[in-house]
Design a protein. Structure first.
Length: 366
């Protein structure tokens, strides 16, 4: 074949490579255009779960990081009379009922009342790993060596009572208006009002559980480590045939807009060990709910209906980091119903309109 005959082929190859490079550059420029200036997090480190507790006559959102407890009232952080003193020690998790705010630290479980000024320690609360509350009841997970158990708290007698021994690690609790359902890294348990316990023999590592709040009894779903979603009810645990992809962090939250659109938000992990070199594959995913029924499949935020404005900066921001907890503030706390995320070692984030820094965006909460 002569040189002149080869020229068109070479020219085509060069143009194809140029076009491919241009596409990659477009993607890079798109990411740059979405990028916003990173803000310094007010609440640093790896924050706990978020809870709402009545303090000073109004509902307040509380979250902790390290040994510090923080209060949010919709427009301000740590404003008197809503600020509560730190309970002492590193805070592992929070829970709230109508009467008390609970903080689990490495030295034990403590509580403070709606008008209290001092934290009360709960006896025999060593070796606890998590405190959870739903439907005005409190449950704790305990570990001794390699053995896990679950106890419930009698608020009136201020005492813990063993509910179930030889369980998996407790990861959450949900209330359907009648009964309680506890997720563990071994199986799910149903607890009736008389503290009778039934274990559903599904050998899965459940990372979290949530009520879809669509009536009494409301639908309950749980997420297992490998990303599969399950329905939970009196009949047991059945697959919802929906998968978040890769792995689930355990973060579960409901999100709703003013038009009544409801989404289930689920934390997503690309790997079980975080790597900063793995871009845009962490964060969370969304699933549309219609009257407590799933519609469609899990998708990344940004495509309607979505917890963000269409488009947005998801992939260049929260999508890069593991999310341990998600929580949309109720209207009684914040009329704007801001969505918050507790990240792994990147502090507390929020999705809000930051007019001085690029408008609506995910960024560290200042």
């Amino acid at each position: 074949m002569g040189l002149n005959k080869l020229k068109p082929a070479f020219l085509f190859l060069i143009l194809a490579l140029f076009a491919l490079g241009a596409c990659n550059q477009d993607a890079i420029f798109h990411e740059i255009s979405e990028a916003t200036k990173p803000l310094e997090a007010r609440i640093k480190g790896t924050p706990t779960n978020m809870v709402v507790f009545t303090r000073g006559g109004r509902q307040v959102l509380y979250v902790a990081s390290g040994s510090s407890l923080y209060a949010y009232t919709g427009t301000d952080w740590d404003k008197d009379p809503y600020k509560i003193s730190n309970p002492g020690g590193i805070i592992r998790s929070l829970a709230a009922t109508s009467g008390y705010l609970y903080a689990l630290t490495y030295s034990g479980l403590r509580r403070i009342s709606t008008t209290g000024t001092a934290w009360e320690p709960i006896a025999d609360s060593s070796s606890l790993e998590i405190v959870c509350a739903a439907g005005n009841r409190v449950f704790v997970g305990k570990r001794v060596d390699d053995q896990y158990s679950i106890s419930y708290l009698d608020e009136g007698n201020f005492s813990l009572h063993v509910l179930q021994s030889n369980t998996g690690e407790l990861t959450g609790v949900a209330f359907n208006g009648q009964d309680y359902y506890l997720s563990t890294k071994k199986r799910i348990y149903k607890v009736t009002g008389t503290n009778n316990t039934v274990g559903f023999s599904v050998n899965k590592e459940f990372m979290g559980i949530i009520s879809l709040e669509n009536g009494t009894p409301s639908a309950i779903v749980a997420i297992e480590r490998e990303g599969e979603l399950y329905w939970v009810n009196d009949g047991g645990v059945t697959s919802a045939s929906k998968d978040v992809g890769n792995y689930a962090s355990g973060a579960l939250a409901l999100w709703q807009n003013s038009a009544g659109t409801t989404l289930l938000l689920v934390g997503h992990l690309a790997n079980l060990s975080y790597s900063s070199s793995t871009s845009y594959t962490y964060g969370y995913k969304e699933l549309v709910l219609v009257n407590g029924t799933i519609s469609g499949d899990f998708k990344e935020p940004g495509t309607n209906p979505t917890s963000m404005h269409t488009g947005g900066n998801y992939t260049s921001s929260i999508g890069k980091y593991p999310v341990n907890h998600l929580f949309q503030a109720p209207a009684a706390v914040d009329s704007g119903r801001i969505l918050f995320a507790s990240t792994g070692n990147q502090g507390l984030w929020s999705y809000r309109n930051r007019s001085s820094n690029g408008g609506w965006q995910w960024n560290a909460e200042e």
